[in-house]
Design a protein around this ligand. Sequence first.
Ligand code: DAH
Length: 363
Amino acid sequence: MSGPNTQYDPVEVAALDPRNLDEAVVAALAAFARAGSLDELNTARLAHVVKGAVAQAKREIGALPPSAKAEAGKRVGAAQSALGRALAARKQELEQDRDQRILVEESVDVTRPVGRRPRGARHPLELTSERLMDAFIGMGWEVVEGPEVESEWMNFDALNLGKDHPARQMQDTFFVDPPDGGLVLRTQTSPVQIRTMLERTPPIYVVSPGKVFRTDDLDATHTPVFHQIEALAVDKGLTMAHLRGAIDHFVRVMFGEGTRTRVRASYFPFTEPSMETDFVCFVCHGDDPSCRTCGGSGWIELGGSGMVNRKVLVACGIDPDVYTGFAFGLGIERALQLRHGVTDMRDIVEGDVRFSRQFGMEV
Ligand code: DAH
């Protein structure tokens, strides 16, 4: 083990040489002054405070003889505090610069119009469909639904549209592969009548909205996928007076109190007698021969209806001598077009939110 190094001359330890220390301090102060950002200042701190000549000098003190420690310690301490002060002062300056810059760069102009995220909107078909249903729900009817891929039997046969029935050809049907598999995309919501009568026993008061399909090309007045709403009531003692009452109620919910209706004889295989209902034009009230909404006739066609054909009741296992029923069906697109003056069917189909948004968020 070696004894204390009494021969040690602190002036010979280069790191503790006062000139070297002074130079180191000058170099450090210059580096702090050069630092243009807090990051650069940190780099200078690592080089000149954490490492560098002054830190090295501090380490050397430990190896000095006790007589030399105090003086060397004073000098190194003075150098260290000079660095500390300069570092703190430069840090403060650079922090102020940074804060100043952030205030300018990240300032928010609260007077600028906000870039709102465009909101979606519920499709007006949905809104119209709900409004139509509400008219029935208000009378205590229930909403029922059926499948879009339907059996030919439900879509045609049970509705008294036999294989050779001309009306079966009139509805341009999409057949589901294989073609003889007996499945179609339903061409009308009327098969929901059949499903309901097979599943329930009267009294039945139901309404059924949904998609239907026909092989039409999309143009201003046609779409291969559209929507209908079907209403069916089966009970004891129902007559055409009840049918008209229901239609009148529903027309008034859609087109306003006091809207008059009229009926014309018509034909549907599943109703007997059948009729077409018109209502007084809600735009001109029948007073304007040049009215664009009703074409000047004063009347607008609503849809088909009638007393449920006895054959249909029998097909569904309901005794036509005990029960009678009435039904009607109409197109929802048409109701939407009429109510809101939508002239081009494609606007309804294409799903552009700018179209839907015009109808607001009616709920
Ligand atoms: N299903 C018929 C169609 O698509 C509309 C219809 C007419 C429905 C008379 C009915 C009705 O319930 O009674 O043309």
